[in-house]
Design a binder for this molecule. Structure first.
Ligand SMILES: *[C@@H]1O[C@H](CO)[C@@H](O)[C@H](O)[C@H]1NC(C)=O
Ligand SMILES: *[C@@H]1O[C@H](CO)[C@@H](O)[C@H](O)[C@H]1NC(C)=O
Ligand SMILES: *[C@@H]1O[C@H](CO)[C@@H](O)[C@H](O)[C@H]1NC(C)=O
Ligand SMILES: [Cu+2]
Length: 188
């Protein structure tokens, strides 16, 4: 009995510490429906390819160590892929997103599950379409918080507001895409 207690106590204690401090990571599921949406900005309304009808697209929030499962379903006539800009894909290269580099594009009526774990990084990144000119208008924030009860490496801010810069350019979209490409130098 004494031996049992000696073995069990540390195990129970470690389990308690793990659950209280939330070290155990979780899986977060998102659904991205690629669909057309009439969007009005700057007094102009136009039909745009969006994620879930939102422009900019929905935000993804995860904690370091979490697994993300993002199911992307394509309801438009364009081919599409989504790239998670700045995420280090460790043994999950198939989730990186560049069309014709790590995957064939998701065709009309098809879906693809991006499946990856956020390892060793935190901060605010963004995701964007990674095919042709769609990258110019299909994008949104990707926020990675520290693990639960792990503080920020700076004073906790009073409030956090993601700000994302993007184009709403119509015929300028292609040149915007080229400019974006120059900034982060991905293959097409
Ligand atoms: C966008 O507006 C046009 C013209 O009013 C309409 O025909 C179309 O159905 C609308 N599209 C969506 C996705 O609401
Ligand atoms: C969409 O992707 C498929 C498979 O790669 C390809 O055969 C087709 O030409 C693409 N369509 C367009 C419009 O690029
Ligand atoms: C996600 O990837 C992990 C690791 O490869 C695998 O075990 C898991 O089954 C995958 N989940 C889905 C829903 O594809
Ligand atoms: Cu990028």
């Amino acid at each position: 009995m004494d031996g049992f207690v000696r073995i069990m106590f540390p195990i129970v204690a470690i389990t308690l510490i793990l659950s209280v401090y939330g070290v155990a990571s979780t899986t977060r599921n998102y659904e991205f429906n690629i669909q057309l949406q009439n969007v009005t900005r700057l007094c102009h309304t136009k039909s745009m390819v969006t994620v879930n009808g939102k422009f900019p697209g929905p935000r993804i929030v995860a904690r370091e160590g979490d697994r993300l499962l993002i199911k992307v379903t394509n309801h438009v006539s364009n081919n599409i892929t989504i790239h998670w800009h700045g995420i280090r894909q460790i043994q999950s290269g198939w989730a990186d997103g560049p069309a014709y580099i790590t995957q064939c594009p998701i065709q009309t009526g098809q879906s693809y599950v991006y499946n990856y774990t956020v390892v060793g990084q935190r901060g605010t990144l963004f995701w964007h379409a990674h095919i042709s000119w769609l990258r110019a208008s299909v994008y949104g924030p990707l926020i990675i918080l520290p693990k639960l009860h792990v503080p920020y490496p700076f004073t906790k801010p009073y409030k956090e507001v993601p700000i994302i810069f993007g184009g709403y350019g119509g015929c300028r979209a292609a040149s915007f895409a080229e400019a974006l490409c120059r900034v982060h130098c991905h293959p097409p």
